[in-house]
Design a binder for this molecule. Structure first.
Ligand SMILES: Cc1cc2nc3c(=O)[nH]c(=O)nc-3n(C[C@H](O)[C@H](O)[C@H](O)COP(=O)(O)OP(=O)(O)OC[C@H]3O[C@@H](n4cnc5c(N)ncnc54)[C@H](O)[C@@H]3O)c2cc1C
Length: 384
């Protein structure tokens, strides 16, 4: 077993780290405070090739592996959790399914612009009454006419859709045959300026406030026949496959938040004095830091294992769930301890610990809650 990264992997990690340190971290508190979508940073990520890491060069991306992607994601999330999830949605939930299930015409139409950050995508699966049980979705797609070339009419409501308020393109999952349940779901590439598509007001959230999310309302929204992504009835498979990759991205986001909490707390502990010495000299604080660091390393190893399995073409869904489950819980423990180490200042918005604490929570919820990850892991282990 070899934990040494290749020179390309080190290069992408260092490029992301440098950008994160110089251009993203200094703006993270402001992005959180103003709930502002980091449009300029998004453009920079595109320019630096960080929005198309997994997209092959033929389609305008960097053509790199999943391990490179998680290395870059960790660095971006360490600086700003909002920026990281915007990047993760673009890469794992929009580009990856277009690459996997799209026709060459769909790939050529969307991937170069998405990879360069000229266009923003969103992934519209969840509905007000279908989150964990996504196959219970009610959005309907019906044929616009008798012939296959007539296109589709979409009706329904999507909920909590990250990037929706700023997106140019939505991958919308809708039922083309409700009698078939999950096998009746299809995916559609819907431009957000399509007639009949409306975006609701941005959600007012606990954390990741710079990553805007909203409802999407589809009211007799007409799309062309070539808007369908993949075969009819394959939509749920496309969604689940995207979410396997997405969970690696969210595990990396969680790891970055955990590292931010740990590093900020360590720096503070070295400076803050009580009873005549730095609080880092108190064993109670040292033990917290030791536990945080150990858990962060363990989360990273689970994450790298999932990414390496994906890169080698093996099944990796269970490993992705384990990485996401563990890393998100590590992020929440680390962020909670960071607030404690900062003491009263940990509770104030002027210091970074409370932002990490708020940002960490979502990683236990989206792209499958921790309960759903445990179900996935249990069902795989009980099959063995
Ligand atoms: C900020 C944010 C961004 C999001 N971005 C997107 C996005 O871009 N695209 C998208 O499609 N969705 C998105 N989501 C939706 C997200 O994926 C769902 O919120 C999540 O999957 C949970 O669904 P739910 O909210 O309906 O909760 P529910 O499914 O109603 O779950 C409620 C509680 O019950 C538990 N539970 C449910 N079923 C079981 C079970 N079988 N066993 C045990 N416990 C169970 C859950 O774990 C949870 O604790 C986002 C959500 C948020 C908050």
């Amino acid at each position: 077993m070899d934990f040494e990264l290749t020179s390309e992997q080190k290069l992408i990690r260092d490029t992301a780290r440098d950008l994160a340190k110089r251009e993203i971290a200094p703006r993270a508190a402001q992005i959180d405070k103003t709930h502002e979508f980091p449009r300029q940073i998004f453009a920079r990520l595109g320019e630096m090739g960080l929005l198309g890491i997994l997209v092959p060069e033929t389609w305008g991306g960097a053509g790199m592996d999943a391990l490179s992607y998680v290395l870059a994601m960790e660095e971006i999330a360490r600086a700003c959790a909002s920026t990281a999830v915007v990047m993760s949605v673009q890469s794992s939930l929009v580009e990856a399914p277009i690459l996997a299930a799209g026709t060459d015409a769909q790939r050529a139409r969307y991937l170069p612009d998405l990879a360069a950050g000229r266009k923003i995508g969103c992934f519209a699966l969840s509905e007000p009454e279908a989150g964990s049980d996504a196959k219970a979705l009610r959005t309907r797609a019906t044929r616009a006419g008798a012939s296959a070339g007539d296109g589709w009419i979409l009706n329904g409501t999507k909920n909590f859709i990250t990037n929706a308020p700023v997106a140019d393109l939505a991958i919308v999952f809708a039922s083309t045959d409700p009698t078939q349940r999950s096998r009746g779901i299809s995916a559609f590439l819907v431009p957000t300026d399509a007639p009949g598509l409306k975006i609701g007001p941005p959600d007012d959230k606990l954390g990741i406030r710079g990553a805007p999310s909203a409802q999407i309302f589809l009211s007799d929204c007409a799309v062309a026949a070539d808007a369908r992504l993949g075969p009819e009835g394959d939509g749920f498979k496309i969604a689940l496959r995207a979410l396997d990759g997405g969970r690696i991205g969210i595990a990396a986001q969680a790891l970055g938040i955990a590292r931010a909490a740990f590093e900020d707390a360590t720096n503070y502990a070295r400076e803050r004095k009580t009873f005549g010495q730095a609080i880092s000299e108190h064993q109670a604080i040292q033990f917290k830091l030791a536990d945080m660091r150990t858990e962060i390393d363990a989360a990273r190893l689970l994450l790298w294992r999932a990414a390496v399995k994906k890169d080698s073409g093996q099944a990796y869904a269970t490993e992705a769930s384990m990485a996401k489950l563990f890393a998100s819980e590590v992020a929440n423990r680390a962020a909670k301890e960071a607030v404690q180490i900062f003491g009263g200042y940990g509770y104030l918005a002027d210091f970074p610990a409370e932002r990490h604490f708020r940002d960490a929570k979502i990683t236990e919820i989206y792209e499958g809650t921790s309960e759903i990850q445990r179900l996935v892991i249990a069902s795989a282990l009980l099959k063995d």
